[in-house]
Design a protein around this ligand. Sequence first.
Ligand code: F6P
Length: 541
Amino acid sequence: MISSKPSVTPAIASPPTSPPAQRPTWQRLQRLAANGVPHLRELLCDSGARRAERLHWHAAGITLDATHQAVTHEVLDALLALAAESSVREQAAALARGEIVNPTEGRAALHVALRAPGNATGPWSADIAAAVHAERERFLAAAERIRTQRWQGATGESITDVVNLGIGGSDLGPRTAVQALQALVHPTVRVHFVSNPDAWTLYRVLRQCTPARTLFIVQSKTFTTAETLQLAASARRWLADGGIAADVQRAHLLAVTAAPALAAAQGYAPEHTFRIWDWVGGRYSVWSAIGLPLAIAIGAEAFRALLDGAHAMDRHFWESPPARNLPLALALLGVWNRNFLGCPTHLLAIYSSRLATLAHHLQQLEMESNGKSVHIDGTPCAIDTGPIVWGGSGIDGQHAYFQLLHQGRHRVPVDFIGVQQDDTPLPLAADHQRLVQLSLRAQARALALGRDDAATAAELRAAGLPPDQVQALTPHRRFAGNVPSNILWLEALTPRTLGALLAAYEHKVFCQAAIWRVNPFDQWGVELGKAILRQLQNSPA
Ligand code: F6P
C-alpha cells in the first residue's frame, strides 16, 4: 500500500524572520532604483562583453538573454546578495528534503521527486521515491494500452477519443503540453480537454465522439471540485444514453486524485484510479498521473523525456552557483521589476503558436502561488508580491495590445519566449521561422530602445515632412522605450526542453516566494467563492 504521507520533518522550513523591506540589501536596492538606472539605450550600447556575458544563462536546452533588463552590475550584485540574505538556497533544500514548506496546509511540496529518473532517491525519502516510481509505471502502462488500442470499452471496441475532465492544475499543465507537443500526438487516438462546466464546452467535444469508443479521465486532486463533478456527471449520462449503461461504464472512466476513497465512493474502479499525493500541488502536478492525458497523446517515452528535461533543470537549479543559475535569475529580475521599478504586471509574449497556452499555465503558476498579501508567518506584507501575469501569442499581441506597451503609461516587463529550430514540415517553414524570430527580436529592441524626440524628428524630416508637421507629429511618434524584457529561447520544441522550461518557472516562483516570505503552495483565496457557491447551490431557488 502506498502511503499518502511523505516522511516529513515536522519542523517548518524557516525562512528569515525579518520582513524583506528591513533587510539591508532590500534598502540598498531601493537606493539604487531611486538614484536611477541608465536608460536601456545606454545599457545596450555598453558594448562591454561583461554585461552581455553576465546576462546570459544556459541550462537544459534553454537560453535566457536578459541583456534587455534595466540592470547594472551593481544592481545584479545587490540582487544576488538579496537572494543570499533571503536564504533562497536553504529554503530550496528544505523543499527537496520534504520539509513542511506549506505550513497552512501542513504539507510538503515534492513535485521535484515526481521527475527524478527511475526510482532514484533524492534528498526526499526512499518511500516517496518508491511510491512515485510505482504509480508512474502504472499510469504509463495504462497510457500505452490506450495508445496501442488494447484498452477496450464495454462493447469490446478500442478507444479513439480520450476526454480529460478537470480544471486549474488538473487541466492546464497537460493541456499546455499536449498543445506544445502536438507534432508528436497519436494519429488516431484523440485527446480532448474540457475544464469549463458551461454545457457547450462539453457538447462541442462529445459531438465528435462515439460513446463506445470514448474514455473519460476525471482529474481532481480533491475529487470535490464542483465544475469537474458536474462535467463527470454529464459525461456519465452521455455514456448511458449512448448505450453504455451505468453498471458497465468502468472501462470508460479513469480517475486521478489524491482522494481515492471519494473516487471509489462515486463508482470509479480502484484499478482505474491513479494516485497523486497531498504534497503535489495542482499547478505543479503535470509530472504526476495528472499527466496521463499527455502520456496518452505523446507516449510513455516522450513523457519520460519531459520528466528528464525538468529533472535536468532541477539539477541545474540545485547545483549551479547563484550568479549562473537560470531560474534564480528569472526570479531576481522579476523582483527588481516588481519591487524596485514598480511594475505591477508581467507579460508573457510567446512566439511559438504551439506554446501559446503556456501563458495560461504560467499565469496560474505565478498568480495562484504568489498572489498573497501575508507573509508565511501570517504578518501582513508591506511590500508588493506576485505581479499580474498575462499574455499569449506575442505575434498576435503585436497587432493588438502592444501599442500600450510601446506608448501607454504602464511599464510592462515582458518575457519573450521563442524557439530556435522549427520542425514544421512545410516547404517555406524556414522563412516563416525567420520572420517569427526576427519579430521577437525587433519587439524586444523597440521596447528597450524606444525612439527619442531628436531621432523621431530626424526621421520625419527625412520622409520629407515640413517643419510644422514634424513638430506636430513628433510627440505622437516618439517612443519612451526603457521597457525591460527577458528573451527565453528553447533550442527546439521537444518534450525535454518543454519540461526544462516549466521547471525553470516553478523554481522562479519558489525563489520569489522565498524572497517575499510568502507561502507559494496554498491558495486560500479561491475558497470563499467556492463556499458561497455551495451556499447558493443549497439555498432554495
Ligand atoms: O480552485 C483552485 C484550485 O483549487 C486549483 O488550485 C486546483 O488546481 C483546481 O482548483 C482544481 O482542483 P482539484 O484538482 O482538486 O479539482
